[in-house]
Unconditional design. Sequence first.
Lengths: 186, 197
Amino acid sequence: VAALITAAFLKQKVLTTIRESYESNNPRGVQVADFLDDGAYKNLLRSVGTLKLKKTEMRDMYSFFAAGGKGLAFFRSSEFLSFVSAVTGRVLSSADVSVRMFMHGNYTLMHDDRETDAVEFYFDMTPEWNPSWGGYTVFLSEHGEKLAVQPAPNTLLLAQSGRSYVKYVNCRAGGEGRLVVCGLLK
Amino acid sequence: MIRSFSDHELAALSRQFRNAKPFPHAVLHNVLDDSRKALAGLRKEPFTLKDTDLFTFKQTNNLYYARTGAVKRVVAALSSPGFSHLIGRISGKKLRAGAVDVFGALYEQGDYLLCHDDQLEGRTIAFILYLGDDFSAADGGALALHSSKGKHPSAVVQRLYPEANSLVFFEVSARSWHEVEEVLSGKKRYSIGGWLH
């Protein structure tokens, strides 16, 4: 799993810009479009397509379909962890990663006991998404201001953990679903 | 304003409340003598969009500051010793007169309130007076009551669909997990809700 990240993002100058952007946001976070090179992204889509998603639900906390497995190995690799470390300035050694599908009726909620001292990421694989369907990621600043980030394909969202939720997917989504790799890095 | 209930009705409601699953609740029908006026008044109150991880719906300010006479009369009735006495008699709970924090709510297509337990210090009974359209399964908008597993909600055991001029009330506790399921149709789910202490 080497050199899957789009080459431009590995140049020191670009990395520094991404890092500055991450640090300047409240909560800390940054969105990187076209994160994987085309071939790697297509391979990932293929391998995720073979995973069996299972309903995962704790009604007062979350509801979605999820799967883990070898198909997500890139997000546990040293290449990915090194990139995230370079952006966040954190030493990272472990990754809890799963692919999730948010269909009509699915969501995540924020919790008081959430982990706020790690890095979380969302890597989206949904070709098209309509904001009126819900299902987007919302970040809350310390002052309660909200920032909604819409899913976009091959886009990585890195953020300080515990400050985000996925808005309930409403009936306007019909049979559409948001496919996203989510993870917590420590 | 709120109709009277016979001893026979009260005894039946009391049994309904005690035996209800997954936690004590009951439904009163044909509650207001003129619910249409109350709905017309509620429609004139200003609603604000409420949007968090837990919900999307529209809510009024505290209706103690209602603008319309019809809504003021409903709030006065829900805050009266008579109402507390009625719900106290059915539920077997000692309740203070005077509902606090009475709000109007409007759920339209796509609006919902996810699973929560309503617990805040002092709340004994939660109530919702439905004033809008009658709902069925195709419309969504049910008040869904969940069973509990440990400290968390489990399966939906009961779905109560809004019926105009009915009042649902339930005991607030660590296991009173409930939600307003998403409204799926174009119907308007208007209600006035609050808590008795």
